[in-house]
Design a protein around this ligand. Sequence first.
Ligand code: DQA
Length: 146
Amino acid sequence: MSKILVIHGPNLNLLGQREQDIYGKTTLEEINRLLEKTAKAHRVTLEFFQSNHEGEIVDAIGQAKKHGVAAVLINPAAYTHTSVAIRDAIAAVALPAVEVHLSNIYAREDFRHTSLIAPVCRGQVSGFGVDSYVLGLQALVGLIKK
Ligand code: DQA
């Protein structure tokens, strides 16, 4: 069974309490459980990783191939807009990756309109709340089954 690494960036551990009007009431634990359901239906396995530290995310991506990961689903959160290191890590491992966001980053502050990560991903899903994750996972499953 193919394994997909799900990476949640900084402050996503606070989902459920954090700016509910923007990010909703669903906790990270609930998002992961929902993704597990989708994964089961598509016969893939998931590994979850959340970190508030850029270097830890870089390390997780760098080690992904060694750990048998076939693809990466990532919400880089604030690092979307700042991290050359995470972008380079995704480019380096050359695994199919999909970027997801709960909010529509293009409808928010100007500084959120640029993603440094999207150009090294196969695609991006932004603005559908928790469904962004599910849609992103479905897209990745389609990519790795091709
Ligand atoms: C986010 C959007 C980012 O701009 C923000 O920094 C986040 C969450 C989202 O899922 O909508 O932390 O990635």
